[in-house]
Design a protein around this ligand. Structure first.
Ligand SMILES: *[C@@H]1O[C@H](CO)[C@@H](O)[C@H](O)[C@H]1NC(C)=O
Ligand SMILES: *[C@@H]1O[C@H](CO)[C@@H](O)[C@H](O)[C@H]1NC(C)=O
Ligand SMILES: *[C@@H]1O[C@H](CO)[C@@H](O)[C@H](O)[C@H]1NC(C)=O
Ligand SMILES: *[C@@H]1O[C@H](CO)[C@@H](O)[C@H](O)[C@H]1NC(C)=O
Ligand SMILES: [Fe+2]
Length: 480
């Protein structure tokens, strides 16, 4: 009986495999129609942008990972009346604050806007899996927060990431954030386009400040892994602003030196069982540029025995079948897709397109301008590409998809939302996309991902030998 069941299941598996090999996909364009919200920014005097009480009280508090392996955080905040101190007091016990870290402060001008005093403080030497309380500011204006450090780097360390992109500061943005807060997300992977302050006359920096206060409810308590988008470029030679990314670079520090990157704009961190690579879509990346050289060496540092989950973040998606920003990621695809396949990247998250889309595992690495197939083909070594540019900014949704839906597109829908990626262990991850119109427990897209490194049969057998006995037909079948 067992044998017959096995044969039937094997045939079924074979059928599914053959379908995939033949390119018979069943991609889906969601028929869901979301209700129309106006996509205008919340008014500047909105309660969601309220400034904290007290003279010179720290505001716009945000934290990010401060080292390569998750034992440090960078804590950042802004004071407006005077520089004040850049000190962070912290401890593992509430109300104790017996440890101190010293940071620095900076400020910038943008045309006629002058920023507050922007403080950045590295707190390092932390213990894994520990809750820390921290205090910034002085006297009656001091403010207290907490954060939780991740588990030590380990192949089976489970960890939950949220993925948010193109957030902005509309009522839809608020809805996205409120939905995310109800999840189990422990760290946000942010895929670029933060405040959309550049949509205001003279790129009014006041909207950078309001955004910082708006997201503080999350960013003060858990790290957001930052990446930039086109709205961070802010190249305005007409206003005398000829450098790029000026406000972003002053406000959102990254631990780039820890991964031997030469720029705050691209870097990598390892967290729990994940190796996360952050790429800058709007910095040079062609062959021989610093970003290209760095990525080449970073891929060589990836150790899937320690961090099985290899995740890449970028702003402009490489695979996108929406009318909006169609093919804008093509130049980066030409530069990097080969490496993504070679190193068996698990997932590539992007934003930019204000809709949701998930691809099958496909690649187009055989295409070159002299010959080769011009079409993406199923490729087991390729990543899954996911676009989550649906945070809810003032530009609204990108609701026109190209027809027919290309073979590579598995699911697409123009709604606001966010994603959750739960890394369970070295082999399994549960991934869900939540649209804002639904309640907390309704994932509109729900997939189990098998790790690209540990999916290798030889490795899986080795793992099974160490983890399981052949005690059920399920175990046997899952090894096929
Ligand atoms: C960065 O480079 C230094 C010096 O070459 C080296 O000691 C360090 O291990 C490197 N860091 C990483 C994350 O590879
Ligand atoms: C381009 O395609 C041709 C034909 O498949 C192949 O011979 C050549 O090596 C390819 N070039 C590159 C740079 O991949
Ligand atoms: C990994 O997690 C999945 C999903 O939770 C579970 O089914 C599987 O047994 C786990 N594998 C190991 C080796 O623990
Ligand atoms: C699978 O892993 C084994 C050892 O871990 C390695 O020798 C083999 O080349 C891998 N196979 C593939 C197809 O990557
Ligand atoms: Fe964008």
């Amino acid at each position: 009986m067992r044998c017959r069941g096995l044969v039937v299941l094997s045939l079924l598996t074979l059928h599914v495999l053959l379908c995939i090999v033949n390119g018979v996909f069943s991609g889906r364009t969601s028929s869901y129609v979301r209700t129309e919200f106006p996509s205008t920014d919340m008014p500047i005097d909105s309660e969601w942008f309220a400034t904290p009480n007290g003279y010179n009280a720290p505001q716009q508090v945000h934290i990010t990972q401060g080292d390569y392996d998750g034992k440090a955080v960078i804590i950042s905040w802004v004071t407006v009346s005077e520089p004040g101190l850049s000190e962070v007091f912290y401890s593992k016990e509430e109300n104790r604050y017996d440890q101190k870290a010293e940071g620095t402060s900076t400020s910038y001008t943008f045309y006629d806007y002058k920023s507050g005093y922007i403080h950045h403080c590295l707190v390092d030497g932390l213990e894994y899996n520990t809750k820390y309380y921290y205090k910034i500011g002085t006297g009656g204006s001091a403010r207290e927060f907490w954060f939780q450090t991740p588990p030590a780097i380990d192949a089976d360390a489970s960890y939950t990431f949220g993925i948010i992109g193109d957030l902005g500061q509309t009522f839809n943005s608020l809805s996205t954030l409120q939905h995310y807060e109800k999840s189990e997300g422990q760290t946000v992977l942010f895929v670029g386009d933060l405040s959309y302050a550049d949509r205001y006359e003279h790129n009014d920096g006041i909207r950078w400040d309001s955004w910082g206060r708006f997201v503080e409810r999350s960013t003060a308590y858990q790290p957001w892994i930052w990446n930039s988008g086109n709205h961070e470029i802010e190249y305005r030679p007409d206003l005398g602003e000829t450098s790029t990314f000026k406000p972003y670079l002053h406000r959102y520090k990254t631990p780039y030196l820890a991964s031997n990157s030469s720029s705050q704009m691209w870097y990598a961190v390892r967290r729990a069982s994940a190796h996360i690579i952050v790429l800058s879509s709007y910095s040079p990346f062609v062959k021989y540029t610093p970003q290209w050289m760095w990525l080449r060496s970073e891929f060589k540092r990836v150790d899937r025995e320690k961090t099985p989950w290899l995740i890449v973040l970028m702003h402009a998606p490489m695979y996108n079948s929406n009318n909006a920003h169609y093919m804008e990621g093509e130049s980066m695809r030409a530069a990097f897709e080969k490496w993504f396949v070679k190193y068996k990247v698990d997932l590539v998250f992007a934003g930019h397109v204000h809709a949701y889309e998930r691809s099958y595992r496909i690649s187009n690495v055989n295409y070159n301008i002299t010959s080769g197939s011009r079409y993406p083909v199923p490729d087991k070594s390729a990543p899954v590409y996911i676009t989550v540019g649906d945070g809810g900014n003032q530009e609204g949704l990108a609701s026109r998809f190209n027809d027919p839906q290309p073979d590579y597109s598995a699911f697409r829908e123009a709604s606001y939302g966010h994603s959750i990626l739960q890394l369970k262990n070295r082999t399994h991850a549960v991934y869900q996309w939540h649209r804002n119109d639904d309640g907390k427990h309704v994932p509109a897209d729900n997939v189990v991902f098998h790790n690209q490194y540990w999916a290798n049969n030889t490795r899986r057998r080795r793992l099974k030998k160490n983890h399981f006995r052949f005690d059920s037909i399920d175990n046997l079948i899952s090894m096929l």
